[in-house]
Ligand binder design. Structure first.
Ligand SMILES: [Zn+2]
Ligand SMILES: [Zn+2]
Length: 144
């Protein structure tokens, strides 16, 4: 089950829903299966994880969809964050293991590292349509 948030601009009424967390398709799995799904991923990241995969077969990926905001320009990003674990037991529990890879995201405008948004406090993001700092949380919902 995942969480979702819908955002609404108080200036131009533009609305957008973001689905976050994990669901039917997005959950922990073997890295090679995840690569086969062909989900959106930065090309550089894809190259890196493919190289990891060629070295070791027992890699587990734990993807989770998150919402980020740039501290500088308040732009919102909806991203597939993931961690990769070397888990030779093939168990889908990575508790106690350190990830061998985790994604980091940067704002394409400011080149600053993006921080995950606290959904409860989400407001005054920049509206993708009108560009005002008036893009606020409208409602939270659950999905799967
Ligand atoms: Zn920025
Ligand atoms: Zn707007």
């Amino acid at each position: 089950m995942g969480k979702g948030v819908s955002l609404k601009c108080t200036k131009c009424n533009y609305k957008k829903e973001h689905h976050l967390g994990v669901g039917m398709i997005i959950h922990a799995m073997l890295l090679k299966d995840y690569i086969d799904l062909n989900l959106p991923m930065h090309n550089k990241t894809k190259e890196k994880i493919k190289r990891l995969y060629y070295k070791k077969e027992n890699l587990i990926i734990e993807p989770i969809i998150k919402l980020y905001k740039c501290k500088e320009c308040n732009k919102i990003y909806n991203k597939y964050y993931f961690e990769i674990y070397n888990n030779p037991e093939y168990e889908y529990s990575n508790e106690g293991l350190e990830p061998i890879f985790k994604t980091e995201f940067k704002c394409w405008r400011c080149n600053l590292e993006l921080k995950e948004i606290n959904l409860e406090k989400l407001n005054k993001a920049v509206c993708p349509k009108c560009g005002n700092y008036s893009f606020n949380k409208d409602a939270l919902f659950l999905w799967d």
